[in-house]
Design a protein around this ligand. Structure first.
Ligand code: BMA
Length: 305
């Protein structure tokens, strides 16, 4: 298969062995460029099984990571929904309120749900609480309002089905206009569950969506990656979606770890017309893959629905 994503030769770029305190896993990071650095808000799992976030930074986004001695954000006991940990952050800069929005999974005893934290400096964090009830994961806001509303992509589990949904809000508190955006596809590689990977990326052709798709095999689920393109001003209109996956677990660090056969993109940066995707591998470590944006859009426009 002609792979459009190339793996970085230094993969995996971050592992638990590089951490400054004992942990079992470092994976599924939220990613943003801030003050000349690439910031990765990493999900870190400790040996009690709970997760928290640690912010690491690097000038080139590949190596020389500055890793702090202590976690950055730990579950807050005043918030019941964080009782079983916080997981899988996605970060966008929200133009209209001039703040960074971190959507993350807070693991309540009632199930996982998506919560919101706002920050403008990555030092002080303002918890805004849950956006949607459980069971819900893989949430990201769009980086700007659409037709005067904030928009959220998320993956509720309803009747056991895991489709990607879109919802809108006037104030980041009240959510409505819920619609299935991308359904699972019976019989295909993304037939069992799908979920947003990186936050939506605005391109000349529309919103680029990088998502993970799951198929259960006889032994274990396999997490692979697909692409979709959404209309700029009405993102619930899907312009295109790749039939085949564009990235799949192949390397040992993508196949064997805490989980097996998992590549799980959660953030990106753009440099010189290339997109760099940061992805969790097997719920254990973090890797980097890159592709040309024009190659990605060419594939998507060829597959227009
Ligand atoms: C999903 C999430 C991710 C995890 C993935 C693979 O449901 O919980 O945190 O990386 O499964 O195990």
């Amino acid at each position: 298969m002609n792979e459009i994503f190339k793996r970085h030769p230094e993969n995996p770029i971050l592992t638990p062995e590089k951490w400054k305190y004992p942990c079992n896993a470092v994976f599924n990071p939220g990613v943003i460029e801030f003050e000349g650095y690439v910031y990765l808000l990493c999900r870190v799992e400790t040996f009690d099984g709970y997760s928290h976030f640690t912010l690491v930074k690097s000038k080139n986004g590949v190596n020389n990571w500055e890793i702090p001695e202590k976690p950055t954000l730990v579950p807050d006991e005043r918030y019941d929904e964080e009782k079983w940990g916080i997981e899988d952050p996605r970060i966008v800069y929200l133009k209209e309120i001039e703040k960074y929005a971190i959507t993350y999974v807070s693991f309540s005893p009632g199930g996982p749900l998506i919560s919101l934290i706002l920050t403008d400096d990555f030092i002080k964090f303002e918890r805004k609480g849950p956006l949607v009830p459980p069971e819900d994961k893989d949430g990201s806001l769009f980086p700007r309002k659409i037709k005067d509303k904030f928009a959220l992509i998320h993956r509720p589990i309803i009747r056991g089905e895991g489709h990607i949904w879109i919802s809108y809000s006037p104030d980041l508190i009240h959510w409505g206009n819920h619609k299935i955006l991308l359904p699972v596809r019976a019989g295909m590689w993304d037939c069992h569950r799908i979920g947003l990977g990186c936050p939506p990326i605005e391109t000349d052709e529309g919103w680029l969506i990088i998502y993970h798709g799951i198929r259960y095999t006889a032994s274990i689920p396999i997490y692979r990656v697909g692409l979709a393109l959404l209309d700029k001003e009405s993102p619930e209109k899907v312009i295109s979606r790749t039939k085949r996956w564009v990235f799949a677990p192949e390397k040992e660090y993508e196949r064997i770890g805490n989980a097996m056969n998992v590549v799980f993109p959660t953030g990106y940066i753009i440099k010189d017309k290339e997109i760099f995707i940061y992805y969790g591998c097997t719920d254990k470590c973090i890797s980097l893959a890159f592709a040309s944006i024009s190659d990605i859009l060419t594939i998507l426009l060829k597959e227009k629905e």
